[in-house]
Ligand binder design. Structure first.
Ligand SMILES: Cc1cc2nc3c(=O)[nH]c(=O)nc-3n(C[C@H](O)[C@H](O)[C@H](O)COP(=O)(O)OP(=O)(O)OC[C@H]3O[C@@H](n4cnc5c(N)ncnc54)[C@H](O)[C@@H]3O)c2cc1C
Length: 422
């Protein structure tokens, strides 16, 4: 049986790899020409590192240029404050790896391409579903050569927050609300700059500074829909608060010449009530758009992919019928972690981001080290590092193909509990 996946983000690329290694004929379509885009997160959390370990890719992944963050800190006008430490998670993956997402996606798709049953179509934009006898039987896409049909036994929408296939399936997400959008831009980095990646909060302003060695990737948070107002005040309205919050950038801030150097990223927080139709499934942001809070959207997308492969690879390989109720098992499994994670994101949006953007944030005079409160740190590090229901890869590579699996004992603490499938 065959699988067509629209969207080469973390969800689609990981699902394609996991299915390819079990021998399923899988085609991945990505509408862009490459993965070199700046507007996706950079954080690979311990849960995803464990998945990479389980499929033997952790070693290759860690050869990519990356930075490790063992702690999560907030820097306010009164100084830094530790929010959580991941060091006490069971090793070896007790840190967040910051890796440009294009490197991660190139690695995943390059590994998938070692399987002859994996097919990657770049610059291929899915625009519609093929429907027959009340079920989805594939998708329609366009590329440089025209419009095409790709028939498949299972069609997966992993095409992100603005999913076209979701819309074509008549599935509409329930909006949960996000009070902010993000301005995304770069500044050169110098050796004397701080080393860390950090969250900076000041009254009326908030930003994240990601150290990418030769440059800073900066994410400046603005009130939802506030871009036109800010832009009408000129580029100084952006430069001034950034230079004030990050004084080491002051002499360089003029290098942001205009808003042409800045990308505006819309933040959404929503989820589908129903993730599937007969022959069709949504995963990742297409099923539940994640806010950047906690930087866990990539990891949730990867966990969806792992759960999908665990659930469906056997049927796809053997030709067993994948019923709508089978697809519902996936939704049942992944909905609880989605709900809990989004509830926590909303809490941070409402208690920290909204007040900060309304100038209601008062920098704490006493800065407690939250990472030293054992119970709190235990909950926080597990939530951020491993997520609510970490998934483990239970489907192996095709026979005859050496498994790179290295069982080093990590990632086995939450046994996979699936109801039996038809
Ligand atoms: C400003 C911002 C910052 C964020 N930062 C982080 C972070 O640091 N860490 C983190 O974990 N999460 C972060 N997130 C959330 C994270 O980006 C998403 O949750 C995650 O990327 C979801 O992965 P996905 O594969 O489901 O979708 P996406 O990453 O959106 O991938 C979808 C893919 O589908 C392709 N596509 C779209 N339409 C079509 C089509 N019709 N046909 C073919 N291909 C198509 C797109 O080009 C894209 O490659 C952030 C989100 C925002 C808005």
């Amino acid at each position: 049986m065959t699988c067509a996946i629209a969207g080469g983000g973390p969800a689609g690329a990981m699902l394609a790899l996991l299915l390819a290694r079990t021998g399923v004929e899988v085609t991945l379509l990505e509408k862009h020409a490459d993965f070199l885009r700046d507007f996706r997160g950079d954080t690979i959390h311990p849960s995803t590192l464990r998945v990479l370990d389980e499929i033997g890719l952790a070693g290759e992944f860690l050869k990519l240029p990356h930075r490790k963050a063992y702690e999560i800190s907030l820097v306010s006008d009164t100084g830094p404050m530790r929010l959580a430490s991941l060091r006490e998670l069971p090793g070896p993956y007790n840190y967040i790896a910051f890796v440009p997402q294009w490197d991660f996606l190139n690695l995943i798709t390059a590994e998938a391409a070692t399987y002859p049953n994996f097919h990657l179509k770049m610059r291929a934009e899915a625009y519609d579903l093929i429907r027959e006898d009340g079920a989805v039987r594939g998708l329609r896409y366009r590329d440089d050569t025209g419009e095409h049909e790709l028939r498949a036994d299972l069609t997966v929408a992993a095409d992100g927050r603005g999913s076209v296939l979701r819309e074509r399936a008549g599935l509409v997400p329930e909006e949960l609300g996000a009070p902010m959008d993000v301005l995304w831009f770069r500044m050169p980095r110098e050796d004397t700059d701080p080393d860390e990646t950090f969250l900076r909060v000041s009254s009326g302003h908030m930003m994240v500074a990601i150290n990418r060695e030769s440059y800073w990737q900066l994410a400046y948070v603005i009130p939802k829909g506030g871009f036109d107002r800010l832009a009408s005040q000129g580029i100084e309205a952006l430069r001034e608060p950034v230079a004030r919050m990050l004084p080491f950038l002051e002499g360089r801030i003029g290098q942001v010449r205009s808003y042409d150097d800045v990308s505006m990223l819309t933040v959404a927080l929503n989820r589908l009530r129903r993730w599937h139709r007969p022959g069709f499934l949504c995963i990742g942001d297409a099923a539940h758009a994640m806010s950047p809070v906690f930087g866990v959207g990539i990891n949730l997308a990867v966990q969806d992919a792992v759960a999908t492969a665990n659930l469906l690879a056997g049927s796809l390989r053997s030709g067993a019928l994948i019923t709508d109720s089978t697809l519902h098992l996936l939704q049942k499994r992944r909905m609880p972690p989605t709900r809990v994670t989004q509830a926590a994101q909303r809490l941070v949006q409402d208690r920290l981001i909204r007040p900060a953007l309304k100038r209601q944030f008062k920098p704490p005079r006493v800065r407690p080290d939250l990472a030293r409160i054992p119970l709190l740190n235990r909950v926080t590090r597990r939530f951020i590092g491993l997520g609510v229901r970490p998934e483990h890869v239970t489907v192996g590579p095709v026979a005859g193909r050496p498994s790179h699996n290295v069982d080093n004992g990590v990632g086995r603490e939450d046994p996979v509990e699936y109801p039996r499938m038809s």
